[in-house]
Design a protein around this ligand. Structure first.
Ligand SMILES: Cc1ncc(COP(=O)(O)O)c(C=O)c1O
Length: 432
């Protein structure tokens, strides 16, 4: 189903850098080309993926069931184990067994319950993270450390970055050597700013050699980078469904827990994580479900889950796997590298180039990145700014084409040529 990129082997570099080439490349069949509706030139799939008819229809179908069945939907439809069902469908994308994945809660809540669980279970008292992590991860870890009477200033150990953009797996191993009290390692699969893909297998191995539990924040990789979480022995993982999975704003998140930990008491227990067969006995004591479903907490918000179901149906219908999405993503990010090198010498590509070291987005560094991103927004090119100096361009492989990449780079060229970015002041707040 994937036939990217287009063009042919005789195309010269100059050919590839024309919009005509990009349009022709998009002419090659991509089976999801008509499936998503995104505003403008939408390079934000790593922040919020776009809507699809498939997602909207799945919501409509759920609303119709609600209309028809009311509360009986919990027993007469498949609502009761909605999170487990979705989990078993996402499991192959992350290389997990069906009972190791559930869709539940938000990513941050999942960090709280999983870090809390494994900090309690672990013999160590420190958590190893890195200084380039998404802030919510550190907020959650600090809260869990405080909860256990530990001191976040001393017990949150951070791997430093050598270049301010990437994390070296050797430095993770060195930090483990230097801090034998580390009981939990929490690392991102892909760094949210630079887009570096970390070596999940190597970090998991190093953590286990030091008797630490290892978890990954896969928010920036699920749906665009295939994983082998179970084979690599990763203990737990969390991710968002609203990025590459296109599950909609605030979509319910995903979590993975390796089978060897099933049956462990979750740190945030709630009745939806109870053993299913006896959940409605309303027992006084909590019996955790025998699978990853135990880390659910309360009633699943189905309206924030149905869009993902629609998207997964769409991927199945069109025969698109995460390997296909990765292949297309690499072709699109390669094209962005090529265009940026040729046309944007004022910017620095801040994303590692090797396929094994990059996720699904390209970070371009420029001292006035904020102004550039604002000027692009005025031109309907949707990117985002991440302090201090990065514009992130995400060619989400489900919906972005080669011509979109060309248009985004061309718009940046025009902004820099005209100085349009200089009209913006300092970065303010707000979500982009
Ligand atoms: C890497 C990473 N971790 C965690 C989060 C937080 O996710 P949520 O706000 O859905 O809890 C995000 C959100 O963008 C993220 O990018």
């Amino acid at each position: 189903m994937t036939e990217t990129p287009g063009g042919n082997a005789h195309d010269t570099d100059a050919d590839r850098r024309t919009r005509e080439w990009a349009v022709a490349a998009d002419g090659a069949r991509w089976s999801l080309a008509d499936a998503f509706d995104a505003p403008g030139t939408y390079m934000e799939g790593n922040s919020l993926g776009p809507v699809s008819d498939a997602a909207a229809e799945a919501v409509e179908a759920l609303l119709a069931e609600w209309r028809e069945l009311g509360v009986a939907g919990w027993s007469e439809s498949d609502w009761f184990d909605y999170g487990e069902r979705l989990g078993s469908r996402v499991a192959p994308m992350v290389g997990a067994r069906e009972d190791e994945v559930v869709l539940a809660n938000s990513t941050t809540v999942n960090l709280h319950t999983l870090v809390g669980t494994f900090l309690r279970e672990s013999s160590g008292s420190k958590v190893l993270v890195n200084e380039l992590d998404f802030p919510s991860d550190h907020y959650a870890v600090r809260a869990r450390l405080r909860e256990r009477g530990l001191d976040p200033e001393a017990d949150l150990v951070q791997v430093a970055s050598r270049d301010g953009r990437t994390i070296d797996a050797a430095d993770v191993a060195a930090a483990l050597d230097a801090h034998p009290e580390v009981g939990v390692v929490l690392m991102p699969s892909v760094l949210y700013r630079s887009g570096q893909l970390l070596d999940v297998a190597a970090i998991a191995e190093a953590a286990h050699e030091h008797d630490a539990v290892v978890g990954f924040d896969c928010a920036h990789s699920v749906g665009v980078v295939p994983h082998e979480l179970a084979d690599h022995g990763v203990d737990f993982a969390v991710w968002c469904s609203y990025k590459y999975l296109n599950g909609g704003p605030g979509a319910v998140a995903g979590l993975y827990v390796h089978r060897r930990h099933h049956g462990t008491m979750p740190s945030l227990s709630g009745w939806w994580g109870h053993e299913k067969a006896t959940q409605f006995e309303m027992n006084e004591r909590f019996t955790p479900a025998a699978d990853a479903g135990a880390w659910q907490i309360g009633t699943p918000p189905l309206l924030a889950m149905a869009p993902l179901r629609g998207v997964l149906d769409l991927l199945d219908e069109r025969g698109v796997t995460v390997a296909d999405l990765r292949e297309r993503s690499l072709a699109l990010t390669d094209y962005l590298f090529e265009l940026a090198d040729a046309r944007l010498p004022e910017t620095e590509v801040a994303t590692p180039r090797a396929p094994a070291e990059r996720g699904g987005h390209v970070a371009l560094a420029h001292p006035e990145a904020y102004g550039v991103s604002e000027a692009l927004a005025e031109r309907d090119v949707v990117v985002d700014y991440r302090p201090p100096d990065v514009v992130r361009l995400c060619p989400g492989p489900t919906h972005v084409g080669f011509a979109d990449c060309w248009d985004a780079v061309d718009a940046i060229r025009e902004v820099l040529d005209t100085g349009a970015h200089e009209a913006y002041g300092e970065p303010g707040g707000g979500v982009t």
